[in-house]
Design a binder for this molecule. Structure first.
Ligand SMILES: Nc1ncnc2c1ncn2[C@@H]1O[C@H](COP(=O)(O)OP(=O)(O)OP(=O)(O)O)[C@@H](O)[C@H]1O
Ligand SMILES: [Mg+2]
Length: 263
């Protein structure tokens, strides 16, 4: 069963060079923001990128990227995702008839719907597919990552300070090992806040202890970023804002590409 699923995922991703799954210990730490920004940042570096919104609970990527009105096109028996700045974006939200209606499927069905969507999509030639997995290391992220597993690939972990981060890192390491994914490191989101008046750095959520893990990027709290997300203008923000957070997000893409392409 799993082998058959893996075979069809492999076939559907034949034109995709690298898969990067984005993990988090829990919801609300910025996993979708990081997934979408990473795909945009990779595209800015000239990579052909796609992002798969595989988090069925918090399906927010189409909104962040201003695609809430966009639709998936159908070509033969394949789904063709809409694009933003060259990034192909796939999400169940882009298939739903009634946008905004909560999806009330239970776990196994949800994971299956995501995998069906993944295999029905015409991904084309892509250097990177970034996957926003459901939070945690439970059944849903596991099922989806397992289906992707045949492809191998990379993982990054998004954390915010003050959430027993060491514990979360250890779990993510185990998850990645079991699934044959290479954990590239940790993205520390909401890591600090720089006072716009005096430039002093505050760490309102506490310090971040990630043990031995590599910190790929530290993203500060930035009201301008929160605003861009709310307005569906995240892609423009990542591409052209001169803020520290935007530079950190672009730096993340460069770091990830560097690590992946070094082998
Ligand atoms: N660095 C930041 N600066 C300002 N606001 C932020 C930052 N990171 C996240 N946020 C805010 O937190 C919200 C949640 O981020 P996001 O949706 O990426 O989290 P998530 O981990 O995907 O959550 P979920 O579990 O709900 O899917 C964003 O809409 C944004 O308002
Ligand atoms: Mg999310």
């Amino acid at each position: 069963m799993l082998e058959r699923v893996q075979a069809s995922v492999r076939a559907s991703l034949a034109g995709v060079k690298h898969v990067v799954v984005v993990l988090s210990g829990k919801g609300g730490v910025g996993k979708s923001l990081v997934s979408a920004s990473l795909a945009v940042g990779l595209s800015l570096l000239g990579k052909r990128a796609a992002v798969l919104d595989a988090d069925i609970h918090g399906s927010s990527i189409p909104w962040m990227l201003g695609l809430e009105e966009a639709r998936v096109a159908v070509r033969g028996d394949k789904l063709v995702p809409p694009e933003v700045r060259g990034v192909a974006v796939m999400s169940l939200e882009l298939l739903a008839e009634d946008r905004g209606a909560p999806l009330v499927w239970r776990g196994p069905l949800k994971a299956k719907a995501i995998i069906d969507m993944l295999t029905a999509t015409e991904w084309g030639e892509r250097d990177y597919l970034v996957v926003d997995l459901p939070p945690g290391t439970g059944d849903e992220p596991l099922t989806i990552a397992q289906a992707l597993g045949a492809k191998g690939g990379y993982a990054i972990l998004v954390v915010a300070p003050g959430l027993l981060v060491k514990h979360v890192v250890a779990k993510a390491e185990r998850f990645a090992r079991e699934l044959n994914l290479k954990l590239l490191g940790v993205v520390a989101n909401m890591a600090y806040f720089r006072c716009p008046a005096c430039g002093a750095v505050h760490r309102p959520l506490g310090r971040l202890e990630v043990g031995e893990s590599r910190v790929l990027a530290e993203i500060p709290l930035d009201p301008e970023l929160a605003d861009a997300i709310d307005r569906g203008e995240l892609a423009g923000y990542v591409a052209s804002s001169t803020s520290e957070a935007a530079r950190a997000l672009r730096g993340l893409a460069a770091t990830v590409a560097g690590a992946v392409e070094a082998g």
